[in-house]
Structures are given as structure tokens and as C-alpha cells.
Design a protein around this ligand. Structure first.
Ligand code: HEM
Length: 403
């Protein structure tokens, strides 16, 4: 079957539970032209090369997320030098060298949030691990990171839910309606964030929003108000559905492999390796759908012409047998754990250290506290999106919630 028809099949909802055999077929043509003129890249080495290639632009990457051009792009949709300036300013409040302890300092809050969510599970019954846990967890964490006051978290969650719904295609829908809803939510959220900054949100507890707004010493800074609002919305969106999928894919993988469930319970210290292997095996961002060729690019025996849209199929590269031994086996002990799950190059995931920690805490605690868990649907129902792929629900039966 030609690569062009395969890509259509991959995007089809019917393939969501297991797109991996289709990716294997796609890799027979590492760079394949689609019917609509876009190019799909599916093999590890070609993906890595293109992720580092300045001849691909990211400038229209978040068109959809940007709400139809009402807002300027966030830094995920910028090229250097603008990208580097905004990312560096944001990083000053998030990681090394200026804030080396920012994420480590959130450990206590992560632990508390995980504990409270699990405490609220119904005793001796059935629970949907997406709605009851994986979904609320990252949004609570982003609120704490940005400095959203606790009493506003429910409102913030509602906006996050709506934004996530707006990027998740539903079968038979009119995409224009979904995008309009997304744009309206984004406007409301932007106004709210603007008010927060105006009122000195997070001033007392060092919230990232306030610190970014007040960062007058930084070279090239501080971010303008609009840049700040757009960056905050990016952090919320980029950090939300991705982390939900990592946790949910992790639980599903462990439920299918009781030996590993048991092992993580006995040896919680394997959590970092397990999460890393998950990012390879079930990449939460399966595809970077829209990069643009700034000039003709020769790669994988093909010339991608100037102006073409390029889709980078990260999840396929993660299963490439030319790079990984026995790639379809989930194996946290593999000596070559590495992946494209966070992308690579200048746009590689900004939130990776936080995402890793969230997933490690979440999986370790769920495995420790849930006694005799049984999967109630396998495969579970998936979300619409082929790009941010993961179960929409993960219903399980649990005998007891341990303390
Ligand atoms: C499991 C969780 C996550 C996964 C799999 C993931 C994956 C990715 C990927 C593949 C990219 C590259 C996109 C591109 O090249 O166009 C990216 C970029 C980004 N991610 Fe994540 N992400 C996760 C969690 C987070 C979190 C928790 C945050 C923030 C708190 C975050 C913030 C960002 C930002 C801001 C970018 C843009 C970076 C840039 O353009 O320089 N992500 N992420």
C-alpha cells in the first residue's frame, strides 16, 4: 500500500487503538508524499535530522491552537531568533541555570495532589483513571506553577477542559465550530491571565506568571504582556493533554503487563526508566503535524520541495528497528532507552523535567495504592486525536484503596 493511503488510515479513528502496524508499513518509504502534497517522515534518523534542520520552519505550527490568528504565535510556533529570545526568558523562571530548583521544589505539591486525587477514588468500586486522576492532575500542577490562586482552580480547569476539547477532533463534527469554541475560550483565558498579572498573582508564592512579568533584569526582557499571556496559554495546553496521555498510556501498559506492575510496586526506583521507555513505546505526541520547508530539502532519497508541509511521525521513529532492538517490546531494562517523545532540537519539550516527574509520581503511587486492579475495557475508548493520542477513558475495577 502507498504511503499516501497509509497516512490517511493512520489518521482514521478506527486505527487509534493500535496504529503501530501502519507505522511499520509507512517506514518502508521513510519520506512519503501524501495526496494533499504534504510529506510524512517516519524513520528515526531522518526524523532526528529534520528536527535539527533550520530549513524547516515552525511558524505555522500552532495556527490551530492560536485560535485563528487572533493572537500572535507562542514560541512553539516561532523560529529563531524570536523563538530563542522568548524561550530563554520563559526558561529563566522554570529551569537551570537561573531556576535550577524550580521543578524539584514542586515535589511536595505533586505528592499532595496525587495523594488527594487517589484518596477521593470510590472505595471498592469502579473508577475511570482518566477522569478521576490523569485529567485533573496536570492542570492542577500547571495552576501551581503559574501561580493561579487556589480558589480560581475550578474556573481554570473549565477553561483547560474546553481548550483540550477544542483540539480533539470528534467524528462527524464541523471543525470550524470546534475551532471557534477554542478561540472563544482562549480569549476568556487570556483576559483572566491578564487580570491575574495586573493584580500581582502569585506574588507571595513565587508563581511563574508574576516572576516573568517582573523579570526586568533579563537581557531582551521582560516579556510583553501579550507575549506573557500567550506563553501562559501555551504552557497550559502543551502541558495538559500530553501528560494525561503519558500517565494513561502508562497505566494501560502496566495493566497489560502484571509482571511490570508488580515490579514497579516492589522497586519504585525503576520509575524513571519505565517512564522513559513509555515515552518511546507510546509517545503522547505521536506526530508533529506541521513544519514547513523553507527551501528544497533532500532527505531519505526524496526532495521535499520548498513550501511543502512536513509531518514528523515521532511515534513511528520510536519504533524504528534500524534504531531500536526489538522495538515493539516494552522493556524498561533496554540498554538503549532513548526516544523522540519530547521532540529534539531547539523546540524540544520545554516542560520535559516536569512531565517526567509528574508521570513518575503518578504511576508509582497508583501502583502502590490500588489493590487488585482489573482493566474493564481493552482496548479502552480513545480520544479523537491521532496527534495527541491516548485513551479518553480508562475504566478499572479496584478492590481496595490502600493508604
Ligand atoms: C508527557 C508530557 C509531554 C510530552 C510528550 C511533550 C512533548 C512535546 C514535544 C514533542 C514538543 C516538540 C514540539 C515541536 O517540536 O514542535 C514539545 C514542546 C513543548 N512542550 Fe512539551 N510535552 C509534554 C509535557 C509538557 C509540559 C508539562 C509542559 C509545560 C509545563 C510542556 C511545554 C512545552 C512547550 C512550551 C513546548 C515548546 C517548546 C519550544 O517550541 O521551544 N510540555 N513538547
Amino acid at each position: 500500500m502507498g504511503g499516501e493511503t497509509l497516512m490517511r488510515q493512520i489518521l482514521d479513528y478506527g486505527s487509534r487503538a493500535d496504529p503501530y502496524p501502519l507505522y511499520a508499513e509507512l517506514r518502508r518509504t521513510p519520506v512519503s508524499r501524501q495526496e494533499d502534497g504534504t510529506y510524512a517522515v517516519s524513520t528515526y534518523h531522518e526524523l532526528l535530522a529534520l528536527l535539527h534542520d533550520p530549513r524547516l520552519t515552525s511558524t505555522h505550527a500552532d495556527q490551530e491552537a492560536a485560535g485563528g490568528g487572533q493572537f500572535p504565535p507562542s514560541f512553539i510556533g516561532m523560529d529563531p531568533p524570536e523563538h530563542d529570545r522568548v524561550r530563554a526568558l520563559a526558561m529563566r523562571q522554570f529551569g537551570p541555570p537561573h531556576s535550577p530548583y524550580r521543578i524539584q521544589d514542586m515535589r511536595g505539591e505533586l505528592e499532595t495532589t496525587v495523594r488527594e486525587l487517589i484518596d477521593a477514588f470510590p472505595e471498592g468500586g469502579e473508577v475511570d483513571l482518566v477522569d478521576a486522576f490523569a485529567y485533573p492532575f496536570p492542570v492542577t500542577v500547571v495552576c501551581r506553577l503559574l501561580g493561579v490562586p487556589h480558589e480560581d482552580e475550578p474556573r481554570f480547569r473549565t477553561w483547560a477542559d474546553k481548550l483540550v476539547a477544542a483540539i480533539d477532533p470528534r467524528p462527524g463534527e464541523d471543525p470550524a465550530v470546534r475551532l471557534q469554541e477554542g478561540a472563544a475560550t482562549r480569549r476568556e483565558l487570556a483576559l483572566y491571565i491578564n487580570d491575574l498579572i495586573e493584580n500581582g498573582a502569585g506574588r507571595s508564592d513565587g508563581g511563574m506568571l508574576f516572576r516573568l512579568a517582573a523579570d526586568h533584569d533579563a537581557e531582551g526582557g521582560p516579556l510583553s504582556r501579550l507575549e506573557l499571556v500567550v506563553t501562559a496559554v501555551l504552557l497550559l495546553i502543551a502541558g495538559h493533554e500530553t501528560t494525561v496521555n503519558l500517565i494513561t498510556n502508562g497505566m494501560l501498559t502496566l495493566l497489560r503487563r502484571p509482571d511490570l506492575w508488580e515490579r514497579l510496586r516492589r522497586e519504585p526506583e525503576i520509575a524513571p526508566r519505565l517512564v522513559e521507555e513509555l515515552l518511546r513505546f507510546e509517545a503522547p505526541v505521536q506526530i508533529i503535524p506541521r513544519r514547513g520547508a523553507l527551501t528544497d530539502i533532500e532527505i531519505g532519497g526524496v526532495t521535499i520541495p520548498e513550501g511543502a508541509v512536513v509531518a514528523l511521525v515521532l511515534a513511528s521513529g520510536n519504533r524504528d528497528p534500524k534504531r531500536f532492538t526489538d522495538p515493539d517490546r516494552f522493556d524498561p531494562d533496554r540498554p538503549d532507552i532513548e526516544h523522540l517523545g519530547f521532540g529534539s532540537g531547539i523546540h524540544s519539550c520545554f516542560g520535559a523535567p516536569l512531565a517526567r516527574l509528574e508521570a513518575q509520581f503518578a504511576l508509582t503511587e497508583l501502583v502502590r495504592r490500588l489493590d487488585n486492579v482489573r482493566l474493564l475495557a481493552d482496548p479502552p475508548p480513545y480520544r479523537g486525536s491521532a496527534v495527541l493520542r491516548g485513551p479518553r477513558h480508562l475504566p478499572v475495577a479496584v478492590d481496595r484503596i490502600l493508604v
